[in-house]
Design a protein around this ligand. Structure first.
Ligand code: 3EB
Length: 318
């Protein structure tokens, strides 16, 4: 099962076999201000994809991998975030099921006004509830969840997703409680995502690492200290990478970093702490984005993409 190839570039272009296109910035599909780094991410498939729309979800399919994109209007989203999220995830499921044998790999969720609302009514918690309801109905819960990011944007609900024939292996972080086991204090239902998804093809693989923050166990750490939060998030990223290496039967250094996204709740923190972006950009193309992390006390979040090149591992058993 061939996997799609990942690229970044400064300017959008239209290469052949374009499967997925994520343009960052105000004019882009990814609705967050880009503070630094390449504006464009894209995935190229095996062949020129077919594309279309189903249940309001735009899709592209190269026969192996599937990219999906859905936007919910600000009016629908803010009227009832739980209902809008459940409907969005049911539509995503319906769209995925139009394409045989595709498994969720990775989802990106951008939520307008993510922290507005009090307690269980907070938009992020309502999103979590709606996503949980949709996935409970589709048997997606438990330890088979895909990787995900959930970050605040200006308005509306925007979901991007990759799925494919390769069966992902969910990876958890021994330093953290699995998000799907978070206690009741974080909302009516726990968030439905894995810390990472390892997507194998023979002895090669993609490792999609979910949004990773300064959380140990299930508690936020280093409140008010962005530098320490970044260091803790990196320690979590390293722990996820080690766990993935163990499951894949390789050493951690076999994973080649290909992309980082560094989200800051407050854009001024990015300017105050340039060493964080520099440290990641030394390893792989890094986008620094103004995006609000889903807990008020968390200032920064890192997501990552790693490649396990062919030849590093024996075949990875799903
Ligand atoms: C956390 O670890 C931080 O709800 O899909 C990170 C990545 C976070 C994904 C999601 C939430 C999500 O709980 C928040």
């Amino acid at each position: 099962m061939p996997l799609p190839r990942f690229h970044t570039a400064a300017l959008p272009d239209a290469p052949a076999e374009l499967l997925a296109s994520l343009l960052h910035g105000p004019d882009g599909a990814l609705p967050l201000p880009l503070l630094a780094g390449p504006a464009w991410d894209f995935w190229r498939g095996e062949r020129e994809p077919r594309s279309g729309e189903h249940a309001g979800v735009r899709w592209a399919d190269d026969g192996e991998s599937l990219f999906l994109h859905l936007t919910v209007s600000e009016a629908e989203w803010q009227r009832d975030p739980a209902a809008a999220s459940e409907a969005a995830y049911r539509r995503l499921e319906a769209a995925r099921q139009q394409h045989p044998d595709r498994h969720w790999w990775r989802l990106w969720n951008y939520l307008g006004g993510i922290l507005s609302g009090e307690g269980d009514d907070e938009r992020y918690r309502q999103f979590t509830l709606g996503r949980h309801r949709a996935w409970a109905a589709n048997g997606q819960l438990g330890d088979s969840l895909p990787a995900a990011t959930a970050i605040g944007c200006d308005q509306g609900l925007h979901v991007f997703a990759l799925a494919g024939r390769a069966i992902p292996l969910a990876i958890e972080n021994p330093r953290q409680v699995s998000a799907w086991r978070y206690p009741r204090v974080y909302g009516l239902q726990p968030p439905s995502f894995a810390r990472a998804a390892l997507v194998p093809s023979g002895d090669a693989a993609w490792l999609f690492v979910s949004g990773t923050a300064s959380i140990v166990g299930h508690e936020s750490r280093h409140v008010g200290d962005v530098t320490a939060q970044f260091a803790e998030a990196r320690a979590n990223l390293d722990a996820v990478l080690d766990a993935a290496a163990t499951q894949a039967g390789v050493v951690t250094a076999d994973f080649v970093p290909r992309n980082f996204k560094l989200y800051y709740s407050d854009a001024a923190d990015a300017a105050r702490h340039p060493h964080a972006a520099e440290a990641l950009a030394a390893l792989a193309p890094t986008q620094v984005l103004h995006g609000v992390v889903c807990r008020r006390e968390l200032a920064v979040e890192i997501e990552a993409l790693y490649e396990l090149p062919a030849g590093a591992a024996r075949a990875i058993a799903p």
